[in-house]
Write a protein that binds this ligand. Structure first.
Ligand code: SF4
Length: 300
């Protein structure tokens, strides 16, 4: 079978029919090179592709555990006028159905909120648009006042973009005004004694909750709210604010009707039988009178 027949038999569409015959017919040479390598057997020959006038690549199915769909590729070479081919290169490459790793994504594009762990270092990107140098006005009066007038401050401060993005995340987050907790609350955070407003431009909209039984330490929107608001009225009685208490110490006496059943043989009712038994027991238990003349101590 020549290389044209081989290509047709294995359905390899991209066979270069200009491959020199000496290279196209070097199938056995290529297969023996794979077996000599000792890293796995070569399966069916899939075809040959010309690289240039002196080189061609032979493709084989790779019978290598863990490499389903991969192919052995053997590059054979010759020189013009020669009737011999030699091995130039062997590689194991993924075929069209191979199981391969997902496309690599740079680490800084893979990061997600919550990925940062203790000891991790995460510098901001160069020219991060969320930050501006501390010596320029950033639009936040409280920050600009310190940074510009006194000349002190941080190397970087939030840019207007960074501030807007943070405010949007917090507004739409789990402590925003549209959450079920906020909609169920009777009062909002900005009227709560546990609410600590932020400094700066976000002061009117956000603060930190300091109630350990609520959103303690979290940034909450001024119009968020919860049932632990400092003005939540105390419950009546000793129960929970939502339910009336159940006093299981109170005892209620309930009288039960007496059940009267017919006696099995006597035809008396249970009540009559009990009465008769009680009467007989009383008469049997009465002590017999003892005559004083019969007493031994009275004998002269
Ligand atoms: S206790 Fe509730 S209402 Fe008060 S600040 Fe915290 S989250 Fe807001």
């Amino acid at each position: 079978m020549n290389y044209l027949d081989t290509a047709a038999a294995h359905g390899l569409d991209d066979v270069d029919f200009e491959v020199p015959a000496v290279l196209a017919n070097a199938v056995d040479l290529a297969r023996s090179a794979i077996e000599h390598l000792g890293d796995g057997k070569a399966g069916a020959h899939l075809g040959v592709v010309g690289e240039d006038e002196a080189a061609a690549s032979h493709y084989f199915e790779a019978n290598v555990p863990g490499y389903r769909g991969w192919q052995w590729v053997v590059v054979v070479a010759t020189y013009p006028g020669s009737d011999k081919a030699t091995i130039s290169e062997i590689a194991l490459l993924p075929g069209p159905d191979a199981v391969v790793a997902p496309e690599w994504i740079p680490w800084d594009e893979r990061l997600r909120p919550g990925d940062l762990g203790p000891g991790d270092l995460l510098p901001p990107e160069a020219d991060d648009p969320r930050l501006v140098p501390g010596y320029v006005a950033n639009g936040d009066p409280a920050v600009d006042e310190v940074a510009l007038e006194i000349g002190l401050g941080r190397i970087h401060v939030l840019s207007p973009l960074g501030r807007d993005e943070a405010a949007e995340r917090w507004h739409d987050g789990e402590h925003g005004p549209a959450t079920e907790m906020a909609r169920s609350a009777t009062a909002t955070c900005d009227t709560c004694g546990f609410y600590l407003p932020l400094a700066g431009a976000l002061r009117n909209e956000f603060g930190a909750c300091s109630n350990e039984l609520a959103a303690d330490g979290q940034v909450v929107h001024a119009h968020y709210g919860c049932g632990a608001h400092s003005d939540t009225p105390a419950p009546k009685g000793a129960g929970s604010p939502a339910f009336e208490p159940y006093d299981d110490g109170a005892v209620e006496t309930v009288s039960r009707p007496r059940v009267v059943e017919p006696a099995a043989e006597s035809g008396l009712t249970v009540a009559e039988g009990q009465a008769e038994t009680e009467t007989e027991t009383a008469s049997d238990a009465a002590p017999e009178p003892v005559a004083e003349a019969e007493h031994p101590s009275s004998t002269p």
